[in-house]
Design a protein around this ligand. Structure first.
Ligand code: MG
Length: 247
């Protein structure tokens, strides 16, 4: 069941998206060589609570932290620890916000100090893949037009997209229908309608597409240990086109 949102509901989600944007900016500012990932998590949690919001990930299926912080070959769902970020790392920070009955979800992957040209290119390509997916989020298009735009851009440049994890509808639940894959042929799935709100979240690898879950039960890594990047925004389909709620 797909729940379309009224303008009133989208207005609430827009406010939550603005809180998330501030949280992502805080994460960006903190993600520097020498930073401890647990400290970033604590600062984000404080920012969300101070804004009257709740960290949506904390307690979700037993998840222990407020953010997911995934470094280098870690794709998503990395847990904040005592680990220190090093010059040359890439660091994905994924944040969920809940306030006034609605969720927002967003992620960025940051360069830690000076990074390799290959890592920089991966970040640029993943971010651009997200933008190309968002550009398809228009009433009258179909769901997999987003998927196809993401995949064709990334694979066209020699990268692989992760297929076992997908974007999702979002609203009163963090994960609603429809699923939003980052791959597939265009022009399939439900027709996109005004009021649909989705989290689009490409995960792009330098190497192969395959991933697995580490022994901690959460952290997903690339099978070939290649670098992986993740960018995510919560996007509302409006009369005027896609509105990115988390930027
Ligand atoms: Mg998500």
């Amino acid at each position: 069941m797909i729940y379309l949102k009224s303008p009133t509901e989208i207005a609430v989600m827009r406010k939550n998206g603005a809180i998330l944007k501030a949280a992502l900016e805080k994460a960006r500012d903190m993600a520097t060589p020498g930073a401890v990932t647990k400290d970033i998590d604590a600062a984000i949690e404080k920012l969300l609570l101070d804004a009257g919001a709740k960290p949506a990930f904390k307690g979700f299926q037993g998840y222990p932290a407020s953010t997911c912080i995934s470094i280098n070959e870690e794709v998503v769902h990395g847990m904040p620890t005592e680990r220190t970020l090093k010059e040359g790392d890439i660091c994905g920070v994924d944040i969920g916000v809940w306030k006034d009955g609605y969720y927002a979800d967003g992620a960025r992957t940051f360069a830690i100090g000076k990074i390799s040209a290959a890592a920089k290119k991966l970040l640029d390509v993943t971010s651009e893949a997200l933008d190309r997916g968002i550009a398809q989020a228009r009433a009258g298009r179909r769901l997999t037009d987003i998927s196809h735009a993401v995949e064709s851009y990334a694979t066209g440049l020699g990268y692989a997209v992760v297929k076992t994890l997908v974007g999702h509808g979002i609203g009163r639940q963090m994960h609603e229908e429809p699923q939003v894959p980052n791959f597939g042929p265009p022009d399939q799935g439900p027709e996109l309608e005004e009021g649909l709100v989705i989290a689009i979240e490409p995960m792009v690898n330098i190497g192969a597409s395959d991933v697995f879950t580490k022994e901690d039960g959460w952290t997903i890594v690339t099978a070939d240990k290649s670098l992986s990047a993740h960018f995510e925004d919560t996007v509302a389909i409006t009369q005027g086109g896609p509105e990115i709620l988390t930027r």
